[in-house]
Design a protein around this ligand. Structure first.
Ligand code: GUN
Length: 294
C-alpha cells in the first residue's frame, strides 16, 4: 500500500486564500488592516529565513508587517523595551519574537512580557497554561501544533478515540500538540529519545506526530499499518547531488513509512507551510479581537 500524501503546501495555500478574503472584507468594513511585528535578534541564517518568509506571507494576504532587526548584543532591558512599545502600539495585533534568542537573553522573561492579547505564537505562560487545562480557552495556540491539527481535520482524519503518539516533548511542538490532541479526545502517549522500546511505543500510533528533530529516526517497521503520520521534523542531511550540498528530511524515513501508513506529510511541503498559515490566522484573530468584530 502507498500512503496518500497530506499536501501541506496546498492546504496552507487554501487557508491563506481564506485569510486574504477575510482581511479584505474587514478592511472594507473598518478601514483597517491587521499588523504583525516580527522581532529578530542577531544574524542566524535560519531565523532570518523564517522571518523573511513570515513577512512575505503577511504581504500576500494584506497583513502589514513591522520588522525589528536587532543586534546580537542587545541588552535584556532594550529588548524588553521593544516588546513593551509593541504592546502599546495599536497598529500591531501580533508580536512574534523569533526563537532561539541569544544565550545572554532570558527568553522566559521576554515571552512573558508580550501582551497575551498579541501573543500570536501562543508561547506566553498564561496562554500555555490555559492550553494545558481543561475548558480554559487560550487566546492563541502555538502555530506549528495548531497546523498539525488543521492538517488532520482538513484531511478528514478523525482524532476522537484514536491512539495518538507524540514523539518529542519540546515547548514549541511536542508538549502543546499533545494537549491539543488530548482536548480532541485522543488517547495520548508522549515519548522521546529516552523512551524504552521506542519502536514498540511508536507502533501503537493510529496518529503519529513526529517532532523529535532526528533525521529519519522513525523507520518503516515502527509504523502501524494504516497509521496517519504528521512529520514535523526539518533536518538537513549532506547530499552532494544537491546544489546546496544538503537536502531536508523529516524525522520519519518517508520512503519506508509511506508503504505502511495510510496518510503521510512530506518534508518539505507538509507541516512547514502550515506554521506560517496559522501565524497569519492568529494575527487576523488578534486584530478581530482588538477591533471587537467577529
Ligand atoms: N523558532 C522555531 N519555531 C518557532 C516558532 O514557531 N515561532 C518563533 N517565534 N520562533 C520559532
Amino acid at each position: 500500500m502507498t500512503a496518500e500524501l497530506i499536501d501541506g503546501k496546498a492546504i496552507a495555500k487554501t487557508i491563506r486564500g481564506e485569510i486574504a478574503a477575510e482581511v479584505e472584507t474587514l478592511k472594507a468594513k473598518t478601514g483597517k488592516v491587521p499588523g504583525l511585528a516580527a522581532v529578530l535578534v542577531g544574524q542566524r541564517k535560519d531565523s532570518q529565513t523564517y522571518v523573511r518568509m513570515k513577512k512575505k506571507a503577511c504581504a500576500e494576504v494584506g497583513i502589514t508587517s513591522f520588522g525589528h532587526d536587532l543586534p546580537e548584543d542587545i541588552s535584556q532591558a532594550e529588548l524588553l523595551k521593544v516588546v513593551q512599545d509593541l504592546n502599546a502600539n495599536p497598529d500591531v495585533h501580533g508580536i512574534l519574537v523569533q526563537l532561539p534568542l541569544p544565550d545572554h537573553i532570558d527568553d522566559e522573561e521576554i515571552l512573558g512580557a508580550i501582551s497575551i492579547e498579541k501573543d500570536v505564537d501562543g508561547f506566553h505562560p498564561i496562554n500555555i497554561g490555559r492550553l494545558s487545562m481543561k475548558r480554559r480557552d487560550p487566546l492563541f495556540v502555538p502555530c506549528t501544533p495548531k497546523g498539525c491539527i488543521e492538517l488532520l481535520d482538513r484531511s478528514g482524519v478523525e482524532i476522537e478515540g484514536k491512539q495518538a503518539v507524540v514523539l518529542g516533548r519540546s515547548n514549541i511542538v511536542g508538549l502543546p500538540v499533545a494537549m491539543l490532541l488530548l482536548h480532541r479526545n485522543a488517547t495520548l502517549t508522549i515519548c522521546h529519545s529516552r523512551t524504552k522500546n521506542l519502536p514498540d511505543v511508536v507502533r501503537q500510533a493510529d496518529i503519529l506526530i513526529a517532532a523529535v528533530g532526528r533525521a529519519e529516526m522513525v523507520r518503516g517497521d515502527w509504523v502501524k499499518p494504516g497509521a496517519v503520520i504528521i512529520d514535523v521534523g526539518v533536518n538537513a542531511v549532506d547530499d552532494a547531488t544537491k546544489k546546496k550540498g544538503y537536502r531536508l528530511v523529516g524525522d520519519v524515513a518517508f520512503e519506508e513509512a509511506k508503504e505502511v501508513a495510510s496518510k503521510i506529510t512530506p518534508v518539505p511541503g507538509g507541516v512547514g507551510p502550515m506554521t506560517i498559515a496559522m501565524l497569519l490566522r492568529n494575527t487576523l484573530d488578534g486584530a478581530k479581537h482588538a477591533w471587537g468584530v467577529e
